[in-house]
Design a protein around this ligand. Sequence first.
Ligand SMILES: [Zn+2]
Ligand SMILES: [Zn+2]
Length: 248
Amino acid sequence: MNIVASGFSRKITDALLAVLLAPSCAACEQPLDAPSRGPICIACWNAIVPITPPVCDACGDPLPSWRTISVACNRCPRCRRRARHVARGRAIGAYDGALRAIVHALKYGGRRSVAKPLAALLAQHGAELLRDASVVVPVPLHRSRRRARGFNQAAEIARHLPVPSAHMLRRVRATPSQTDLPAAQRHANVRDAFALRRGARVQDSVVVLVDDVSTTGATLDACARVLRAAGAREVHALTLARVVSRSP
Ligand SMILES: [Zn+2]
Ligand SMILES: [Zn+2]
């Protein structure tokens, strides 16, 4: 009876909110039918296209399905060319469409409440990596950027994951946004941008780095390098979205 009553009152609340405030979805800007369920409409959540297997075992990029059958090494060309400090990375989906719009609502629209459902989705997609993790570590923002945004979106996601999170890294250098740089310069841009926080203990631990979007993986790799140098046994990475390379 209570469930029916609460469902009923939620419907009334939503109807009132929809009429009085006429809020729109923070991703697609269509009117929200159920504003009490958060700032993103159900259609946008349902429109997320997840990355599905086969994926590169290292970075998590989708692989053409023939590769897992015909090539013993199930890694993408980029990961076969270049050794990385991040052992394995996974993401919910490509940085595209509905997922991109929802990430923007969190990051640029200041919709912090979106972090929790996004973290729940990420926990499903990264279950394999989280199972053995000792700790999740958000990629830090530089002080100046965090002040401007009011929060670190990576930390908001990390704290809703089912593994304890710890702020073990700090950004020692403000770097130009990676998105403004050509791929070739991104590794140089973030090299030495991160350091271990005083008192952080990572010796022998399995760390999962958390960030909103990975493009070339340069930022995650720079963070992983610091953690590995401090004695972390393995470093993995979970990101909400991934810029998927189109080359086969
Ligand atoms: Zn929407
Ligand atoms: Zn790869």
